[in-house]
Design a protein around this ligand. Structure first.
Ligand code: CP
Length: 293
């Protein structure tokens, strides 16, 4: 389904069936977002749904209303689905026990970001033709990353081999039980991989002695042209965004979408794919379509 939506989107003048006409989708974002929030909004509108935008600071949450009461009140207004981003791990799961409506996790704390993983998998499948057997290295702040966790679960289920590469302080405590390969040396990790998902170093969470300094992190774990050239490795590069330029990824690597060079960046392709994938998610959930792929 997402393939068809993508083809239509890139015509520049898409005209989609209005299969979600008369549906209302509440976008409940307790954390900032550019890609996820706008792509869900665009996806919903392409399919004819109405969207309600919620921000904590301009809602009654600022007067002390709880998340549960907020959801119950929106449900009473006949909202059909909730797209929730929240800083607390487990928040989306919590509200599935409060509402009978569809709940889509748009990122909960350090736990999961399932639609990001779906769009990353879509991007990899589109480029390589399949996911099975692909070696994917996830580089960076794995400990705090909901994107990493969802990609590990999704890509393993689809038959990929997964490696993670980060300083030992940013390895999740359960890393050795996930069925993945662990690296602390970036050159070895890249040499092993077919493609890389580079993670944002979560500067807002990564305080408290995880890293000696950003400069040192950048030297040992930054993905740069110089590193790829030195180890003579061509690499397809994904990043969920937002990016910290010249920290986890150099400008050249982030921005190079065409040869020549040792890397090819999929960063903006991922964003386009995010709209197509989220259209497929919304349509599948709200029309009970059986086939998502
Ligand atoms: N990838 C991602 O979740 O980006 P946003 O925080 O901008 O939504």
């Amino acid at each position: 389904m997402a393939d068809g939506f993508k083809k239509e989107l890139i015509t520049g003048n898409p005209s989609f069936e209005q299969s979600l006409r008369n549906k209302r989708i509440a976008l409940i974002f307790f954390e900032n977002s550019t890609r996820t929030r706008f792509s869900f909004e665009i996806a919903a509108r392409h399919l004819g749904a109405g969207t309600l935008n919620f921000s904590a600071s301009s809602s009654s949450v600022s007067k002390g209303e709880s998340l549960a009461d907020t959801i119950k009140n929106l449900e009473a207004m006949q909202v059909d689905a909730f797209v929730l981003r929240h800083p607390s791990s487990g928040a989306a799961d919590l509200i599935t026990g409060i509402t009978s409506k569809n709940v889509i996790n748009a990122g909960d704390g350090s736990h999961e970001h399932p639609t990001q993983a779906l769009l990353d998998m879509f991007t990899l499948r589109e480029y390589f033709g399949k996911i099975e057997g692909l070696r994917v290295i996830i580089i960076g702040d794995v400990l705090h990353s909901r994107v990493a966790r969802s990609n590990i679960y999704g890509l393993l289920a689809a038959g990929a081999e997964i490696g993670i590469c980060c300083p030992i302080t940013l390895m999740p405590p359960d890393a050795d039980r996930l069925g993945i390969t662990l690296f602390t040396n970036l050159d070895k990790a890249i040499a092993w991989a077919d493609t890389a998902i580079v993670l944002r170093l979560q500067l807002e969470r990564a305080t408290g002695g995880y890293l000696p300094s950003l400069e040192e992190y950048s030297v040992y774990y930054g993905l740069t042209d110089e590193r790829l050239e030195r180890i003579q490795k061509h690499l397809l590069v994904l990043h969920p965004g937002p990016i910290n330029r010249e920290i986890e990824i150099s400008n050249n690597v982030a921005d190079r979408i065409q040869p020549p060079g040792y890397s090819k960046s999929m960063l903006l392709e991922q964003v386009t794919n995010g709209v197509a994938v989220r259209m497929a998610v919304l349509k599948t959930l709200l029309t009970n379509e059986k086939s998502f792929a």
